[in-house]
Design a protein around this ligand. Structure first.
Ligand code: ADP
Ligand code: ZN
Ligand code: ZN
Length: 756
């Protein structure tokens, strides 16, 4: 099918093509160029292990260590716009830092269409204009189409494809010589959909907003991380819009805005489109079709799109004129990729900003302790204190004149026990809202009907056969489902252990609360929002607009509801059952819980009616609630930070974990134990080269010890310095690749891991 490679011409300067491939091997591969017009950064098709793979050209070389006759030839080259050096530099850094094969790093950063063996054609539309007068002899006698095109171009400053199409169906062919000769130039039009929101007015910035904007604009053209700390509704988005107005006034300048979740893009997109309508804007997230994704990515890569709004993967999008990056809700753990290359988009954004020499703005109402540590200037015991470079900006007030922060109360469940999940006080508050025609939101971070199915006769509990976890009861679908591996089984009619037919659901989850509310308030319109109800692309958008239109009285939902949505008529937020997170063994649990509660609380009272937040808890004295009531994240974050420093947890130290799993834990344990020993031996032997002596801990099992029939374990590596940690990691990863067991188990590296 493909021509045989011609006899190697070793003397030609760039006969050898070095490519990276999407294979789990940390190396590059050399091929011969059979005379194709190949450039660095191009996509090529090469033979590999009996298959054909897409590769990206890293270098064109005149020699290689591999004997020429052993080299295979490149089969095909695609002339898409090649990847640029700046993008490679970022990907190189990530591959090294996250210990992930470079080829897989590069290829996984691309839209799917660019990983497939076919030309990546995205439908682009262009505007054409005459650049120079057309010489009289340019048009031959019989070239009527060409003549008509030229007339159109002379009559209009710019011609759309639709207009040119009227001249002839074959206008594209006739246009080519005009483009080739430079007589006509064209520019790409990025499809700008009509704005979703009515054009917003431009508010006068308050003092804090104005000084934040001024400070950030003072650092354009240099690397500068900014932490924009402001409660929900304090006008952070308004600050972003003003920054963009100035930054984009420079010709060609591009801005990348990142959001943690797809569901947050439509809102931001709508506001940006209405306020910055003159700048082509594209979004990048997984709800786009593959061809949209390619088209938008290419619009960013060619510079045609001036604003890119995207989720975590968009941090790698090539943007030749990138001048500013913004990460909204920077504390959100969705920025961390949990499989493949386990990168954190915030950290990658910082590296990218540094490489590009531009500012990066991290916005949050509840900054991550990492960013807080870096920016707050909190002097830490035994530590150097704040890192040079980060600067903190604070917005303390809700921006809109009428909007006030909601009042937050705890309901002590030891005094007023909840019945079917709801305390009398909460029920009463909901009743009041229904009478006043206002909306309520009940937040419970567990989907399904009940988290446990229990036999009261023999204490049997429905466990997952494949995981060390309980099956969750989903009554409506009549199944037990494992939320970890997805396994499903029919609900048993009697106890599998003792035959008792009276099996009881224990605990609360969204479906059950929904059912209870329907029974308590038969007149009320109740809607549930969780991953089970919101599976279709537009389901959430539809539901949210129903809430906006007043078609819902009570919303029940998981954290899906917590983020970013604005409901002016919502005046009550009820928080059910958060106590398990208060005393969780996970040291990040309280940081996360605070952020979550702050965010749900932020849903109440966004309009002119005051909001109220009621939290059901058995621990109303907990410091977390006191801080939440005072809306004082700063103080709470400082105290959490002191705890972390005392315990030597991140961000006071850096950690990485090496995870391993296999059907047999003995193998996992052997591998990890030997790994830990090898790591310690490496430290002993190279002790003089370490500026900080890292530690490697013994293997342990995570909370979810078995997942999908795989027995899991991990070792943690820790140091006060990133460099020392990386030095140890490199040795450990090299060792792991050499180990005879490495092929029998699955092992992965997670640098700056958030979870075990
Ligand atoms: P955040 O992004 O911090 O949640 P937004 O930027 O969305 O806050 O602002 C919240 C609300 O306040 C929006 O409706 C916005 O239009 C309004 N707003 C923002 N800044 C001002 C201002 N300076 N004056 C009046 N209203 C403002
Ligand atoms: Zn039983
Ligand atoms: Zn399972």
């Amino acid at each position: 099918m493909y021509p045989e490679a011609p006899a190697p011409t070793v003397d030609s300067a760039a006969a050898i093509v070095r490519v990276v491939l999407d294979v789990p091997l940390d190396r590059q591969f050399d091929y011969l160029n059979p005379g194709l017009p190949i450039r660095e950064g191009n996509r090529v098709v090469v033979p590999f292990a009996g298959r054909q793979l897409v590769g990206i050209v890293m270098a064109l070389l005149s020699e290689t260590d591999i004997p020429i006759q052993k080299l295979k030839a490149v089969l095909q080259v695609f002339d898409d716009v090649p990847l640029d050096a700046a993008t490679f530099k970022l990907l190189r850094f990530c591959a090294d830092y996250y210990h992930y094969p470079f080829g897989q790093t590069v290829l996984s950063s691309l839209p799917l269409r660019l990983r497939q063996i076919k030309p990546a054609v995205s439908r682009k539309t262009w505007l054409y204009r005459l650049a120079q007068p057309v010489p009289d002899d340019f048009v031959g006698k019989r070239q009527q189409v060409l003549a008509r095109l030229i007339t159109l171009l002379q009559q209009h400053e710019e011609c759309s494809e639709a207009l040119l199409g009227e001249a002839s169906a074959t206008w594209r062919k006739a246009m080519q010589p005009l483009l080739d000769s430079g007589l006509v130039t064209r520019r790409e039009v990025v499809a700008t959909r009509p704005s979703l929101a009515a054009s917003e007015h431009e508010p006068v910035l308050n003092e804090e907003q104005a000084s934040a904007v001024a400070a950030i604009l003072g650092t354009l053209r240099q690397f500068q991380p900014w932490l924009l700390f402001g409660v929900t509704g304090s006008g952070k988005t308004e600050v972003y819009i003003r920054l963009l107005q100035t930054v984009l006034s420079e010709p060609q300048a591009q801005v990348l805005i990142m959001v943690p979740e797809i569901n947050l893009t439509p809102q931001l997109e709508g506001r940006f489109r209405s306020r910055l309508s003159q700048f082509p804007l594209v979004t990048l997230h997984s709800h786009l079709s593959e061809s949209e994704r390619l088209q938008n990515w290419q619009a960013a890569q060619t510079g045609a799109a001036r604003i890119v709004i995207g989720t975590r993967l968009s941090v790698f999008t090539p943007m030749p004129h990138l001048k500013l990056m913004i990460l909204d809700e920077e504390h959100d753990s969705s920025y961390k990729q949990q499989d493949g290359m386990r990168y954190h988009a915030r950290d990658v954004a910082l590296v990218r900003a540094k490489q590009c020499g531009i500012p990066v703005v991290l916005g949050s109402a509840t900054p991550s302790l990492e960013s807080w540590y870096n920016a707050s200037g909190q002097p830490a015991a035994g530590q150097a204190g704040r890192k040079p470079g980060y600067r903190l900006l604070t917005l303390t007030q809700r921006a809109a004149a009428q909007a006030r922060l909601p009042r937050i109360f705890c309901i002590d469940t030891t005094h007023s026990p909840a019945e079917a999940g709801l305390t009398p006080q909460l029920k009463q508050a909901i009743t009041q809202r229904l009478q006043r025609g206002e909306q309520s939101l009940l937040f419970i971070n567990r989907r399904g009907y009940a988290p446990v199915l229990h036999c009261s006769a023999c204490q049997w509990l429905a466990d997952c056969q494949r995981c060390s976890a309980r099956m969750v009861l989903h009554l409506r679908q009549r199944v037990l489902r494992c939320h970890h591996c997805g396994a499903e089984q029919r609900i048993p009619v009697q106890c599998p252990s003792c035959g008792n037919p009276d099996l009881r659901p224990v605990g609360q989850a969204t479906q059950r609360i929904e059912e209870t509310l329907q029974q308590l308030f038969p007149q009320a319109r109740v809607a549930r929002v969780d991953r089970d109800t919101i599976q279709a692309k537009d389901a959430l958008t539809e539901l949210l607009s129903a809430v906006h239109d007043g078609k819902v009285d009570i919303l029940v939902g998981t954290q899906m509801l917590a983020k970013g949505h604005d409901f002016p008529n919502l005046t009550l937020v009820g928080v059910l059952d958060t106590d398990s997170a208060l005393y969780s063994p996970d040291y990040r649990a309280s940081e996360r819980l605070f952020a979550q509660l702050m965010q749900v609380a932020g849903r109440a009272g966004r309009g002119d009616k005051p909001g109220e937040v009621l939290i059901q808890t058995a621990f109303p004295q907990h410091a977390l609630f006191a801080a939440l009531q005072a809306q004082n994240y700063a103080e709470f974050a400082d105290s959490l930070l002191q705890e972390r420093i005392a315990l030597q947890f991140p961000p006071a130290t850096y950690i990485a974990i090496i995870k391993a799993e296999a059907p047999d834990y003995a193998l996992v344990k052997q591998f990890l134990t030997e790994l830990a020993e090898a790591g310690r031996e490496f430290i002993r032997q190279h002790v003089a080269t370490f500026t900080d002596q890292p530690v490697i801990y013994d293997p342990v099992r995570p909370g979810l010890a078995r997942l999908n029939r795989m027995e899991r374990g991990y070792v943690m590596l820790q140091s006060h310095q990133r460099g020392a940690l990386q030095q140890l990691l490199h040795a450990a990863v090299d060792w792991a690749w050499q180990h005879p067991l490495q092929a029998k188990i699955r092992w992965t590296v997670d640098v700056d891991a958030l979870e075990q």
